[in-house]
Design a protein around this ligand. Structure first.
Ligand SMILES: [Zn+2]
Length: 136
């Protein structure tokens, strides 16, 4: 299925770009702090960045790739991310964790489906937008 991965492609095309994530790792649209909720172009950067599932580091650019991964693979990757980030079922209520995990898996998959593999996308709060179309 199509998924978003960290990339340095497109970095620097826009003010405020950064990529601290590991090239090629899966990313998702992580949680946004109050500062960036008010101004996603400003201070923190989390409102315009994706989070690397393994590195826990952020990138403002993501590459759409068609990967041989299943729904369960994505679920496992996100689950491990939340545990590593201190939001595991041992910290949150187990039912709350499952609910959050399902929502994030659905959203992570949905965000990548509309673009062609090879497209570079960016994020602004709860939406993902095209930055550079895939080259055919
Ligand atoms: Zn923030």
């Amino acid at each position: 299925m199509k998924l978003l991965t960290a990339t340095r492609e497109g970095q620097g095309d826009r003010d405020g770009d950064f990529c601290y994530a590991v090239e090629g790792e899966l990313v998702f649209a992580g949680f946004v702090c109050a500062t960036d909720r008010r101004d996603p172009a400003g201070g923190c950067g989390c409102g315009r960045a994706f989070s690397g599932l393994n590195s826990l580091r952020a990138t403002t650019t993501a590459l759409v790739r068609d990967l041989d991964l299943t729904y369960d693979d994505v679920r496992l990757a996100l689950s491990a991310h939340f545990v590593a980030a201190g939001m595991g079922p041992d910290v949150l209520d187990a039912a709350d964790f499952e609910e959050m995990l399902e929502e994030e898996v659905e959203q992570t998959i949905r965000y990548a489906q509309v673009w062609e593999p090879g497209a570079i996308v960016g994020r602004r709060l709860d939406s993902v937008h095209l930055r550079t179309p895939a080259v055919r």
